[in-house]
Design a protein around this ligand. Structure first.
Ligand SMILES: CC(C)(COP(=O)(O)OP(=O)(O)OC[C@H]1O[C@@H](n2cnc3c(N)ncnc32)[C@H](O)[C@@H]1OP(=O)(O)O)[C@@H](O)C(=O)NCCC(=O)NCCS
Length: 183
């Protein structure tokens, strides 16, 4: 893709089973670098597809960022129902051509509201040593970085649900794509 992209508010909302095809399509769009960063290593198309088919299964919930109806970014949460107050490790992906224009930031905000609204005690993001971009996003959203020789992880402790966090989630279900312009 060439040309400047200007993003006005992607639609960020919870993903449901009806979004499964879009989820698979999103994962298969990753270039090699995105795929390596997302999965911390090389994964085959078959492996990626099999992973994508299970994103909403078991205890997983996810929200997606849609630009003009196309899913371009996704935040996944797992481990929400194993223990209480739970710890969850979110994972983020934005298709390469749509990175660095604010989609990850919007997903992070939505993910945080979803976690907060479910009474989750801890958000933990590991394996950030080589991922400066993700580290930046985490710190921007007030994560505490734990750094040692081999490991960098980010930790957040969400508050209890608030009217604002509930409104963020409700608003996301009702918002609309405004517009995306190509220069
Ligand atoms: C990490 C990722 C989710 C971020 O999403 P994104 O939509 O590209 O992020 P945004 O556009 O919202 O982030 C923009 C911010 O990051 C900063 N940024 C961009 N590239 C950066 C880099 N390489 N290092 C540090 N900060 C960087 C920008 O300056 C901007 O900062 P600001 O908001 O303070 O002005 C996305 O790049 C991605 O999918 N990467 C591959 C998969 C991955 O690494 N997933 C995370 C591990 S599970």
């Amino acid at each position: 893709m060439t040309g400047e992209r200007t993003l006005h508010d992607p639609v960020v909302r919870r993903l449901r089973f009806g979004d499964q095809n879009d989820i698979c399509e999103h994962f298969l769009q990753f270039d090699n670098q995105t795929r390596r960063a997302r999965f911390c290593g090389a994964v085959s198309n078959k492996g990626v597809l099999s992973y994508a088919q299970n994103v909403l299964r078991y205890d997983g919930i996810a929200c997606g960022a849609f630009v003009c109806g196309q899913l371009r970014g996704l935040a996944e949460l797992r481990g929400l129902f194993h223990s209480w107050p739970a710890t969850t490790e979110p994972a983020f992906s934005v298709e390469a051509e749509w990175q660095s224009i604010g989609i990850g930031d919007a997903l992070f905000e939505q993910m945080f509201a979803m976690v907060q609204n479910r009474g989750v005690g801890t958000i933990q993001m590991m394996r950030l040593k080589k991922n400066g971009h993700m580290r930046h996003l985490a710190v921007k959203h007030n994560a505490r970085l734990v750094v040692d020789a081999d490991v960098v992880e980010a930790i957040l402790y969400p508050n209890w649900p608030t009217p604002v966090s509930i409104a963020v989630e409700i608003f996301a279900e009702t918002s609309r794509c405004s517009y995306l312009a190509f220069g």
